[in-house]
Design a protein around this ligand. Structure first.
Ligand code: SAM
Length: 302
């Protein structure tokens, strides 16, 4: 009787919550965007999202969970040894791509990336391993908007691709399992990662997290890694946003309303530091994201 009542109240609560109050539709000036399907209150959680692909910051490879980017408990000092998994579930989830990774000698690829301070090729490497293991489709990022790439960037990407491809070849992977791994695939992935990857900074949820964050900020490593998501990638930018994206203890993203929002209003997040002046914001959005912002603040040169 008690169990039945509890099940009924759980179902009622789920029904009351309903599906996330959002829909993706075309905007007037900025391609697709996300819109509220009902009034939303300030502070309300709109929805959560799990990464399509993620990777720890190269300097924190052994300090955060290799799967979900949760910080390893401890004093934040570097450790040696293998990758850290925060739970059996994360170890199990990562098994496919990690088993593929373990068959390959990554030293040249990692040296190439670390000597140039590159972080996004690690995500292409992980996605390639996920595809080989069957955990992802090769075209899973195709729906996202790609960045426009300059000639110089394309040449650098071709170099990275050749290194990635030869790394797999040297490890003896059969061509059948790597047919997707072409120059076009690599460039398409990187073009999407560049514009859609989020830099993940965790909100300290415990005293231990707070200590890790403090240690990280001393070593200038406040980001635990990068991740690309599906729905969050459809949110457009505003220099005075009504929505923000937060990460509590791992790479699962939470989209929250910053103020009361009306039904039909577009939900926008801020891609950059909104405290910068108009010129600085304009330059960063043009150079980093390739667009001229049409938000109210920018239109008024505020
Ligand atoms: C992460 S995507 C957002 C979703 C995108 N509109 C789509 O159709 O997939 C970022 C891109 O959206 C467009 N965009 C986002 N915010 C904008 C804004 N405030 N003004 C103009 N274009 C914007 C730009 O083309 C930018 O490169």
């Amino acid at each position: 009787m008690f169990l039945r009542r509890r099940l009924l109240s759980t179902a009622a609560a789920a029904a009351a919550r309903g599906p996330p109050p959002i829909r993706v539709a075309l905007t007037e000036h900025a391609g697709r965007g996300v819109f509220a399907t009902r009034p939303v209150s300030a502070g309300e959680l709109l929805h959560s999202a799990q990464p399509l692909v993620s990777h720890p910051s190269p300097s924190l490879l052994h300090e955060v969970c290799y799967n979900c980017l949760r910080r390893k408990p401890g004093d934040g000092r570097a450790s040696s040894g293998g990758y850290y998994f925060c739970s059996d579930a994360c170890r199990e989830h990562a098994k496919g791509f990690h088993d593929v990774e373990k068959k390959v000698d990554w030293s040249s690829f990692h040296d190439h990336c670390s000597s140039r301070g590159l972080k996004y090729p690690y995500m292409a490497k992980r996605l390639a391993c996920m595809v080989i293991s069957g955990a992802a489709n090769a075209d899973c990022l195709d729906i996202l908007l790609p960045a426009r790439l300059h000639r110089g960037t394309l040449i650098e990407m071709e170099e990275e691709f050749e290194l990635l491809e030869s790394t797999f070849r040297k490890a003896g992977f059969q061509e059948e399992v790597t047919t997707f791994l072409t120059k076009d695939w690599y460039i398409n992935v990187l073009a999407r990662v560049r514009i859609n990857a989020f830099r993940i900074e965790l909100v300290a949820s415990s005293y231990e997290d707070l200590l890790s964050s403090a240690a990280a900020s001393v070593s200038c490593d406040s980001s635990v890694g990068n991740a690309v998501y599906m729905l969050p990638s459809f949110y457009n930018h505003d220099c005075d946003p009504n929505t923000h994206i937060v990460w509590l203890e791992n790479a699962d993203a939470k989209l929250k309303a910053l103020r009361d929002i009306e039904e039909g209003e577009e939900l926008r997040i801020c891609y950059i530091d909104a405290s910068m002046d108009y010129e600085a914001r304009k330059n960063i959005l043009a150079d980093g994201f390739g667009f001229e912002c049409y938000c109210f603040r920018c239109l008024n040169r505020d």
